[in-house]
Ligand binder design. Structure first.
Ligand code: ADP
Ligand code: MG
Length: 729
């Protein structure tokens, strides 16, 4: 019987490369050609309608029926001219991916013919049968209706001959069942609070938007090899596999020449992304072999989130054309760097000013420091909430694995800014309000040197790092929606800015000059949030110890991390800013727990199946060869020579037997534990059980399987090995 691994290897090695040529070498010729952007609107809609639409988008005002009809007619005309036959509301259910249900433009007429039709009400709202989406018990299946409603702030686009309209997704009773709804709400809250704070410095600021530039890491593997590994096909990662003699230790992959086959793939997905208006700009090899990264130019955060969801889809789709599979999993290979999705985040005013870009005048310094310090304070206050919003079974494998930020949240700001904050902290003025008010503190505002923008002052180990004019949240997992962590970040910053304004206004109403009041509050915040600032190596064990002394949490597992979501003060926070209700948060908590349980359960099953049906039979087959050999030797050798020479062989046979026996026992025990866990009614307990009782078996079983991989004849081994998965391209 031939080995599936060898068949897969044969296919993978002899692949013909698919070269790709874009319709033009100039990206400006096709960028956004599949999007209903403003220039298309102007072509298909009267100027007055475009202006009204844009003004509603900017102000968040409702769009009336008449305008919706105009937009729908324009969308239909444009989409049909582009070859589209269907339309769909495109939304982000709590599965973390995207969902769509296509409808044709068809409208039968009385004369037995049909016309294309698309009305305003179809644009504004749809009722997909939503019973199978996770709802955390909010919506019983008999009450399966959920609404999708048009999000005019994100551009409609055409994919696979279908007009896709970005929408929110809410239950019949009005609860959010998606990520977009709370995302839009936090952006609104952040706008409100940040604009109010901006007015201290520049009364003409009327709007603040959050900007997001994500960096997406991923692995590629030949599809034949991928399918020869049931663990990869079913769980997205390898559950077994001994380290390859060479992997990333020579650091020869990072920023290296992109392999030709990969380059062709990249060109094609970038082309597809550009046509959809996703401004992908950067591409490079990552640290691990067969690991890559792409990053766009940053955009308004809601649009950037949609674009990331869309890009993940395009990556997978285009990779297939090149007979490759994209692994978005956070940790596809043990012992090798995992993948993250760095979320670069900042705030920008309607005047195009980046609030995290230090300006040149003392006033702009104070504004910059105000936002910087408030963000640090927010992260300090809500480190656990940020942690919980990047928690998933797969990201647990990456966080804290000495190659990604640890599960301890901290903020890096660089030596120059640290110095500035330290100086402010040490500067004159006491916590005593009346005394502080008398001091000309505005004069103490240190001049921030322009070299602040020095890009070499970087720290790659920090989970939340200031990088010159933005913060980079690095703990986000590669497969998750950016929306989740961005919702949390927007919210905690909005809340912090609100508190800040309250405190500053109190001082002002007590007679303090505005600058003084701001300065005093900032100064106190710096002291209060000192512990979250860390400039050293976040991967070190020393930091874990120091962090503990500082009272920072280190939450390694998802079930524990997500418990924060339903703490009374967190529920209050979400409710106060009108982001999510208690019911919605409880539902989300439930969905997260269920998801965790299912992920670990599936991995555990696959592990058992592979062990018993693939690994052990292979080991036994090889063991039998060894036994035959020993028996044969015994026949042809005299006893003394035989005893001398067969020693190693016997040892080998014994070792294999031991591994087989231990694997069997461990798998049996793991299955028994699963039975206990599966009977548990309480999801919280069940998730803990999976985390604490079942997960630990993975490492133990894997140890013995990986040992067998080293002992068993390479020709018999059924699973493509790390050296093949990582180096064939
Ligand atoms: P790095 O050195 O971390 O790779 P880059 O300058 O390449 O930094 O930027 C990484 C990402 O950060 C890009 O997606 C970029 O568009 C984004 N970015 C830059 N400025 C901002 C900003 N003001 N707001 C949000 N994202 C930004
Ligand atoms: Mg970066």
């Amino acid at each position: 019987m031939s080995n599936i691994r060898f068949k897969a290897l044969e296919i993978a090695i002899s692949r013909n490369k698919r070269s790709f040529i874009a319709s033009s070498h100039k990206v400006s010729d096709y960028f956004g050609e599949l999007t209903f952007n403003q220039s298309v609107m102007r072509e298909y809609m009267p100027k007055e309608a475009v202006d009204r639409l844009m003004s509603s988008v900017n102000s968040g005002e409702k769009i009336d029926r008449e305008l919706a009809d105009q937009v729908a007619a324009a969308l239909k005309g444009w989409a049909i001219a582009k070859g589209a036959s269907h339309y769909t509301h495109w939304f982000h259910p709590l599965t973390g991916s995207t969902a769509e249900k296509h409808d044709s433009f068809i409208f039968p007429t009385a004369d037995g013919k049909a016309i294309e039709n698309f009305r305003g009400d179809e644009l504004i709202q749809q009722e997909p049968d939503a019973s199978s989406f996770p709802s955390g018990g909010i919506r019983n299946t008999f009450e399966a209706r959920g609404y999708t409603a048009w999000d005019p702030t994100s551009t409609a686009f055409i994919m696979d001959d279908t007009l896709c309209i970005p929408t929110i997704f809410v239950s019949y009773t009005g609860e959010a069942l998606d990520y977009k709804t709370p995302m839009l709400k936090t952006l609104h809250a952040l706008d409100k609070e940040a604009t109010a704070v901006c007015k201290y410095f520049d009364p003409s600021v009327t709007k603040v938007i959050a900007t997001l530039g994500w960096e997406q890491e991923y692995f590629l593997v030949d599809t034949a090899l991928f399918h020869a590994r049931p663990d990869m096909a079913l769980t997205g990662r390898t559950l077994f596999g001994h380290a390859s003699a060479k992997d990333q230790q020579l650091s020869d992959h990072y920023f290296g020449t992109i392999p030709e086959r990969v380059m062709d793939f990249m060109k094609e997905f970038e082309y597809e992304a550009h046509r959809l208006g996703i401004p992908v700009k950067t591409r490079h090899n990552e640290v691990a072999p067969n690991q890559f990264e792409c990053a766009p130019v940053f955009e308004e955060a809601n649009v950037a989130v949609d674009h990331n969801q869309l890009l993940m889809h395009i990556l997978e789709k285009v990779a297939k054309r090149h007979n490759m599979t994209v692994l978005l999993h956070e940790k596809p290979y043990l012992g090798i760097n995992g993948s993250g999705k760095h979320n670069n985040w900042s705030l920008s005013t309607n005047k195009g000013e980046n609030l995290l870009s230090p300006g040149k005048t003392p006033e702009s310094h104070l504004q910059f420091l105000t936002f910087l310090v408030n963000i640090i304070k927010a992260v300090d206050q809500h480190a656990d909430l940020l942690r919980s919003n990047v928690a998933s079974a797969s990201n647990d494998l990456r966080l804290g694995a000495n190659e990604a930020p640890p599960a301890i949240m901290s903020v890096f700001i660089g030596s120059q800014l640290s110095h500035v904050l330290d100086e402010i902290e040490k500067s004159g003025g006491s916590q005593n309000k009346s005394k502080a008010l008398n001091e000309p503190t505005a004069l103490n505002i240190p001049k921030i040197p322009e070299i602040l923008l020095d890009n070499t002052d970087r720290n790659r180990t920090s989970p939340f790092a200031f990088t010159g004019d933005k913060f980079e949240f690095r703990a986000v997992g590669s497969s998750m929606s950016c929306a989740k962590p961005m919702i949390a970040l927007n919210l905690i910053v909005a809340d912090q800015l609100k508190k800040f304004r309250y405190e500053v206004d109190l001082l002002i109403s007590a007679g303090a000059p505005k600058e003084d009041a701001i300065y005093q509050v900032i100064k106190r915040y710096i002291t209060e949030s000192n512990r979250i600032r860390f400039e050293g190596n976040s991967y070190s064990d020393d930091w874990a110890m120091e962090a503990e002394q500082r009272g920072l949490s280190n939450i390694p597992s998802t079930p524990e991390a997500i418990r924060v979501m339903v703490k009374p003060e967190i529920i209050r926070l979400y409710e106060e800013h009108n982001i999510l209700t208690e019911r919605e948060l409880l539902a989300r908590y439930d969905i997260n727990l269920e998801n965790y349980i299912k992920k670990v359960q599936i991995e555990s099953r696959v592990m058992g199946d592979l062990s018993i049906n693939h690994i052990i039979p292979t080991a036994i087959r090889y063991q039998n060869t060894l036994i035959d050999n020993v028996t044969g030797l015994k026949e042809v050798l005299d006893n003394k020579t035989f005893v001398k020479l067969s020693n190693n062989q016997m040892q080998n046979i014994k070792e294999i037997s031991e591994h087989i026996s231990i694997i069997r026992t461990l798998v049996y025990e793991m299955v028994e534990c699963r039975k206990v866990a599966n009977k548990m009614e309480n999801v919280e307990e069940k998730a803990n059980e999976y985390n604490q009782k079942i997960l630990p078996y993975f490492e133990k079983i894997r140890y013995h399987v990986d040992k067998l991989e080293l002992l068993v004849d390479d020709e018999l081994w059924p699973l493509p090995k790390y050296r093949e998965l990582l180096f064939i391209r």
